[in-house]
Design a protein around this ligand. Sequence first.
Ligand SMILES: [Zn+2]
Length: 369
Amino acid sequence: MKKGKIFLYCILAFIVFCVGCLATFGVYTLILAKPESDVYISGDLSIHFMELGNKYVGDSIYIKCGENDILIDAGSRQDSAETIINYVDEYVDDNKLEYVIATHGHQDHIAAFVSTGKKDGIFDHYKVGTIIDFPISNSNSEILQKYRSAVEKEVNDGATHYTALECFNNQKGALRKYQLSPSVELEILYNYYYENQSNDENNYSVCVMINQGENHYLFTGDLEEDGERKLVKYYDDNFGGLPHCVLYKAGHHGSGTSSTEELLSAIKPEIVCICTCAGTCEYTQNKDNQFPYQVTVDKLAKYTDAVYVTSVVDVYSNVKSEYTVKSMNGNIVFTVKNGKYEISCSNNNLKLKDTDWFKNNRRCPAEWK
Ligand SMILES: [Zn+2]
C-alpha cells in the first residue's frame, strides 16, 4: 500500500473515532442533563393550578405539553410574579412561554403579567410567543392599562397578539385550535360575550378547552351564570354539545354564581380544581358565600367528590377582620402520562370533603356522606 493511501485511511479512521466519541458524549450529556421524571414525551401533559403566595383570590394555571409552555392568567397581585416565575422556571427550559392567555381584565387574573417597578412581571421575565386575550372590557383600571402597555411592548418585541374572538373565527392568522403535540390541542371556545356587552366583567372571560383524544379539560376563567348558559346553548346548537370533561377548573374561584347546573350536566366533571383561598372574607362576611360557596359544593357533589382547592384561611382575627393564608392542597398538579391521569399536590392530596376546613365550615352534601 502506498504511503499516501495509508495516510488517507489513518485520517478517515481518526474522523470516525472522533464522531463516535462526540455521539457517545452527547447522549451521555443528555441523559445526565434531564432526569427521566422531567422528560415529557409527546402526548404527555401536565396542568398546574398554582398557589400564588398571598391571601388573595386569583388564578394562574401553567400547562406543559411537549415543548409547549402555556400560562393561563397571572394571579392577583404584581408580587405573585415571583411565586409564579419560581414555579414555572422548574419546567421551562428555553425561557419562553409559547402561549399566554389572559382570561379577562380583572386584577386577580392579570396583575403579575406586569412589573412592580422593582421586580419583573411575567412579560419581563419570559419571551412570549402568542398572547390570547379578551376582546371586550368595561374596565379602565390602572392594572389593566399597565397590562395593555405590557402586551404592546411584547408585540413590539416579536410576540403575536390575538383576541379570543379572532382565534375562534380563525381571523388574521389566529387559530381556533393550536396543536400542542400530535395528540393534544388547545381550543379557544366561543363565548357570546366576546362580541356583546355585559355589565359583568367576568362574562368576558376567554374560555379554553384542552383536548387530548377523548379527554377534555375545561377552563372558563370567571365566566358567570349567564355566560355559562349561553356557552352551553351555543355548543348544543352548533356542535352537538360540550363534551364530557375529565377536568374542570371551577368557574370564578368556586363562586355560586358560576358552575351552573346547565354547565355541569353538560360536562359531567370528574376532577374539579379551584383556585382560591377557602373561607376568604375578601368579598363577603357571609360564610356560606365565601369561596368555595356552599351552593357550589352542593352542585359539584352530584358529579364528583374529587374537588381540590389551592389555599385556605389560616388564622382569622374577628377584631381586625384579617386573616393569614396557608396551603390547602397547595399547587394542584394534574398529570397525564401514557394515557393515565392523576392528581398530585404540593401540600397533600386530600379531597375537599376530607379537609378540616370543610368539616368546620360546610354542610356535607348527601352524595359525599
Ligand atoms: Zn377572578
